[in-house]
Design a protein around this ligand. Structure first.
Ligand code: 5AD
Ligand code: SF4
Length: 475
């Protein structure tokens, strides 16, 4: 299946499966080795950090090479079919490693666990352990049982688990930017989406534990946190000890995290058009350390298709939210997700999607062809009737159009100054730094010795590609 996005290469790589290497000198006393590979969304990467933390407390350290590992975990994503194929291929690689080292334990974690447990465990005998996203606290116990010779499964979903008290071990970290999960699950039931089934009901993590995690990160030298949830705008938390019944909303939470320190940048993802409130926009506008960047998946520009997708908003509603963003946060970066070829999509529906791209002029987009997922509302109710070639042709048209706007948006940043947090060296050259501006554009600029990773610098944009702004430090 053709699947494209034209976000920057750095971001691309972050979303793909990669070996996670722990950089924490404290761990050398731990004796058993964990190798963990993560696929899919940022939430999955954040979950791997929770898993590492739980196992760290039980005598594990991590390794970057799976051949050395005592335990190999693959943290899976179910969102599109090709993700499943990739995982199956990796599991066969791991099985080969296990044939050299029979004591090795191989486990599947995350979103594929529930659906593929019997296939991976019993039919194909590819793995020893299958554990769903709400059962990670049970991992040490399950690993113990596998060591005694059994195969183990725990895919129970929970209405309460938020791992609030677990301090994630940062994996593959640059020491500057980190994810903080603020909620789990999703109650939205978009008809194409498997997440409500794989990750269960929506629940919000305690605001105090989120603020504490942000503060601890800041004190450890981190300078940016991204608050993660499937639908951050529906965050709500009522502390048990609060008698006045006050509920903390997402806008309140954003302000609380931003108040940790003006030097801590705050980002968040993902927003839902039906829930994005003006309150949140005013909070972004009020705090200079809350980044002017919103990821607002549109999915389709046709109200008819949006209705079938059960997105619960129309094209007009979406445009109204965009207008609110432009009014309240004038220089806001806006990104989106788009699906081409959803069930019954006509050429006119597709034209509506192209025209909403023209209208909004997104900074960047993740663009996909529709992939029917078993168990979803769409799989039960509608026929996946748009031919594969049509889906791909429409996707190519969407991608080409979006690419021209990505370039146009970055070109409009050339000649302007940007506050950039230096995140590291550019992938291409250690003579260049890279970091993102307020709007989430990747900026690359030559190293100046008086500045280091973690500093904020002012960069003037000099030129650009469709994914990167190139410039130089002016202070
Ligand atoms: N087919 C294609 N794309 C999908 N997404 C979610 N489910 C599917 C599916 N079945 C996309 C949506 C969502 C993003 C994370 O993945 O655009 O916003
Ligand atoms: Fe899936 Fe919709 Fe929930 Fe996003 S909001 S996770 S697309 S059900």
């Amino acid at each position: 299946m053709l699947e494209l996005n034209i976000q920057s290469k750095e971001h691309d790589e972050a979303r793909q499966g990669e070996a996670l290497l722990l950089k924490n000198d404290l761990l050398i006393n731990n004796s058993r080795k964990l190798y963990i590979e993560s696929y899919g969304c940022q939430m999955n990467f954040a979950d791997s950090e929770i898993v590492a933390s739980i196992l760290f407390d039980h005598g594990f350290e991590t390794t970057g090479t799976f051949n050395d590992a005592d335990v190999i975990f693959i943290n899976t994503c179910s969102i599109r079919e090709n993700a499943e194929q990739r995982v199956r291929k990796r599991l066969t690689d791991f099985k080969t490693a296990k044939s050299q080292n029979p004591g090795m334990i191989i486990g599947v974690l995350g979103c594929m666990a529930e659906r593929l447990k019997s296939k991976f465990l019993d039919e194909e005998k590819l793995v020893d352990l299958v554990v769903g996203p709400d059962a990670y606290r049970d991992l040490p116990n399950l690993i113990g049982k596998v060591e005694e010779g059994s195969r183990e499964v725990n895919v129970l979903l929970s209405r309460e688990e938020t791992y609030a008290d677990i301090s994630p071990v940062r994996l593959n970290s640059n020491g500057i930017t980190a994810f903080i999960s603020i909620m789990r699950g999703c109650d939205n039931m978009c008809s194409f989406c498997v997440v409500p089934f794989t990750r269960g009901r929506e629940r919000s993590r305690s605001a105090e534990s989120i603020v504490k995690e942000a503060r601890d990160l800041f004190e450890a030298g981190y300078r940016e946190v991204t608050l993660l949830g499937q639908n951050v705008d529906s965050y709500k938390y009522k502390a048990d000890d609060k008698e006045d019944g006050a509920v903390i909303s997402f806008a309140d939470l954003l302000a609380m995290v931003a108040d940790v320190d003006p030097l801590l940048r705050v980002r968040f993802s993902t927003s839902h058009p039906k829930d994005l409130t003006d309150d949140v926009l005013y909070t972004i506008a009020k705090y200079s350390n809350i980044c002017n960047s919103i990821h607002l998946p549109v999915q389709s520009g046709s109200s008819r298709v949006l209705d079938l997708m059960n997105r619960t908003y129309t094209r007009e509603w979406y445009i109204d939210r965009i207008n609110a963003i432009r009014k309240i946060v004038p220089n806001c970066g806006i990104s989106t997700d788009i699906i081409s070829g959803f069930c019954t999509e006509t050429e006119q529906d597709h034209e509506d999607t192209l025209s909403i791209i023209d209208l909004v002029q997104f900074d960047y987009a993740y663009m996909f062809t529709y992939s029917e997922r078993p168990g979803t509302l769409a799989a039960k109710r509608f026929e996946d009737d748009v031919p594969e070639e049509t889906k791909k042709r429409r996707l190519t048209e969407i991608v080409n159009k979006q690419r021209s706007y990505s370039l146009k948006r970055l070109e409009s940043q050339v000649g302007k100054t940007h506050k950039v947090l230096i995140e590291g060296f550019s992938k291409r050259s250690d003579q260049d730094f890279c970091g993102r501006n307020d709007q989430n554009a990747m900026v690359v600029f030559p190293v100046v010795d008086s500045y280091k990773i973690g500093d904020y610098v002012t960069v003037i944009g000099e030129t650009c590609t469709s994914a990167t702004l190139i410039g130089k430090i002016i202070e």
